[in-house]
Design a binder for this molecule. Structure first.
Ligand SMILES: NC(=O)c1ccc[n+]([C@@H]2O[C@H](COP(=O)([O-])OP(=O)(O)OC[C@H]3O[C@@H](n4cnc5c(N)ncnc54)[C@H](O)[C@@H]3O)[C@@H](O)[C@H]2O)c1
Length: 353
């Protein structure tokens, strides 16, 4: 007989998620689009995140980001650490995350899962949705500054929505990172022509149809002169481009401008410096998804996209991944408790007083 007080939870490692087919950008973009529309209808609870910064200089931090999907009756939290020095210092990843999902009938946890995959997929999915509406659909080349984990995932999203991409130019701080990027992505895209730019950002960006900056730098790396007419730019990191880039763009689009403007992104800095006003923002992505604002309107437009991350989207993607993994019978069921504390028969033996 199952004890009604037993709490079971599905443990999903990154490998279990991958083997269940969760690295699926269409699944992630679908979940992201649906939840962005849902929050406008009051169907999502999204409280303030909690931030703990351990080093002001390096910005090493662990953030706690909860959200509830009301119609799905799912409450989740992403516990994410960002340690920008990790790759150079330890050869390990910058960002790592775990996600906990709970049902909200009884409030019990249902999943404890890797969150790095869903988090990185969310970043890329937002870029992918933006590219679907704002990149030229005949784009052939994509250039990157930054060859880390976000850049890699971004290539998957961009190739998903713009299948005509055939050349990927990659620049990073170090040659070995460009090589690693190419070594890891070539098996996924055997027909793509990869070009290592030898740490020369200009070589990667100039003349590219799609530009992506995904760096841990805080510097104006991307120059306005390198962004040709018709190009689409996805900005992922903090301060990565000179002000002239946004200034020359015909459209600036955000995941959520009200959130972006209070952060430390290039366009947030421009806003604080009085160089950019609310009216300069063409749209939040959801307005384009809902058909209220236009996407690309001419082949010559330069378009700038900046997302800082909306954690309810992570929770929506995580829930989609959980469902897929559960259906595939993946993961490991673990007991959080077998019964309630005072119903354990051996409690008298276990207690310390
Ligand atoms: N917008 C979002 O929603 C979101 C979400 C997650 C992460 N991020 C940010 O995205 C950025 C990249 O994250 P990641 O996980 O890929 O990090 P990562 O450490 O894996 O990669 C960082 C890359 O930046 C490059 N870089 C650093 N300084 C450089 C310089 N001066 N010139 C050229 N390249 C330089 C490094 O060579 C490396 O390839 C970080 O700033 C992170 O905080 C944004």
């Amino acid at each position: 007989m199952t004890d009604q007080n037993r709490i079971e939870c599905l443990l999903l490692s990154q490998e279990a998620l991958l083997q269940s087919g969760c690295l699926d950008m269409r699944m992630a973009m679908g979940a992201a689009e649906a939840v962005m529309l849902a929050i406008r209808e009051g169907k999502v609870l999204f409280p303030e995140k909690i931030v703990q910064i351990f080093n002001d200089q390096t910005q090493e931090r662990i953030n706690c980001l909860p959200a509830t999907l009301l119609p799905e009756k799912i409450c989740g939290v992403k516990w994410v650490s960002v340690f920008p020095a990790n790759p150079e210092k330890f050869g390990t990843q910058n960002l790592s995350a775990v996600i906990v999902l709970s049902e909200i009938e009884q409030g019990f946890p249902i999943a404890f899962m890797d969150g790095t995959l869903c988090s990185n997929m969310r970043v890329a999915a937002m870029g992918g949705i933006a590219a679907k509406h704002f990149a030229r659909q005949d784009s052939k080349s994509i250039g990157f500054i930054g060859a880390g984990e976000q850049a890699k995932m971004h290539l998957i999203a961009m190739k998903t929505v713009i299948p005509s991409l055939e050349e990927c130019r990659i620049s990073a701080k170090f040659d070995h990172e460009e090589k690693q990027f190419i070594d890891e992505l070539t098996p996924l895209f055997p027909n793509m022509r990869f070009v290592a730019a030898g740490t020369d950002a200009r070589k990667a960006m100039e003349d590219s149809d799609i530009l992506v900056t995904a760096t841990s730098a805080q510097a104006p790396l991307l120059k306005a002169a390198w962004m040709k007419p018709g190009a689409f730019y996805s900005h992922i990191g903090g301060w990565e481009d000179e002000y002239g880039v946004a200034k020359q763009c015909d459209k600036i689009v955000c995941d959520d401008w009200e959130t972006v403007k209070h952060r430390t992104q290039t366009i947030s800095r421009m806003y604080k410096d009085g160089q950019l006003a609310d009216d300069d923002i063409h749209a939040n992505l959801v307005e384009v998804i809902a058909g209220e604002k236009s996407g690309r309107e001419s082949a010559e437009e330069r378009i700038y996209f900046n997302a800082v991350g909306l954690a309810y989207v992570d929770v929506a993607i995580a829930y989609a991944a959980y469902q897929r993994a559960k259906e595939a019978g993946m993961g490991q069921t673990i007991d959080i408790q077998e019964t309630m504390i005072f119903q354990h028969e051996k409690l008298a033996d276990w207690i310390r007083m």
